[in-house]
Design a protein around this ligand. Structure first.
Ligand SMILES: Cc1cc2nc3c(=O)[nH]c(=O)nc-3n(C[C@H](O)[C@H](O)[C@H](O)COP(=O)(O)O)c2cc1C
Length: 175
């Protein structure tokens, strides 16, 4: 059985709530559940696949917001240590608010994807943009979100079924 890490940030809000739901639904897999703060760059290579969840909190530039410091810190540690993640798989989920930030909906997912892809990972779990109402997102490639987009602010009732469908899609690739 593959070794899976489920890593999320920040704590205490929607991301953590969704991460908990995902963790519960991955209990038939060999999964380790971690808040980003507890993860060291050097630990990443011991997993076959990594599910990464974050939010977007910088209306104009994702990287502006201090809340993202924890991700930036991990990325710089990964650079410093030149972690070897070749042949590893990642899957992303991102929280956002399409009503208040329709021009930057779940932008943050692309930052995490790019940061990890530098180290040779393969990303699975693109997600259709149907059923959302927004103008633009940097997190779209080939007409799909690069990972699961969740909106606990304006579409909380859809979260669980979206998670179920997404996990059903990616389980064979990550677990
Ligand atoms: C200051 C601020 C800026 C935000 N900027 C964006 C944004 O650019 N794009 C987006 O989709 N959501 C944006 N959001 C919405 C959050 O991503 C969303 O509420 C998310 O669920 C927060 O997760 P958390 O509760 O775990 O912090 C922003 C929220 C705040 C408070």
């Amino acid at each position: 059985m593959k070794k899976v890490a489920l890593i999320y940030w920040p704590q205490g809000g929607s991301v953590e709530r969704c991460a908990n739901i995902i963790n519960d639904k991955l209990q038939d897999c060999n999964v380790e559940f971690h808040c980003l703060e507890d993860v060291k760059a050097g630990d990443l290579a011991k997993f076959d696949s990594i599910v990464l969840g974050g939010s977007t909190v910088g209306a104009d530039h994702w990287s502006n917001d201090q809340n993202q410091d924890e991700w930036t810190f991990l990325f710089s540690e990964m650079e410093k240590e030149q972690v070897d993640l070749k042949d590893k798989t990642i899957a992303l989920f991102g929280l956002g608010n399409q009503m208040l930030y329709p021009n930057h909906f779940v932008d943050g997912m692309i930052t995490i994807k790019k940061a990890f892809e530098k180290f040779g990972v393969k990303t699975v779990g693109p997600w259709p943009t149907d059923g959302y109402d927004f103008n633009e997102s940097q997190a779209i490639e080939d007409d799909k979100f690069v990972g699961l987009a969740l909106d606990e602010d304006s579409q909380p009732e859809l979260t669980e079924e979206r998670i179920d469908e997404w996990l059903h899609m990616i389980k064979k690739d990550i677990a």
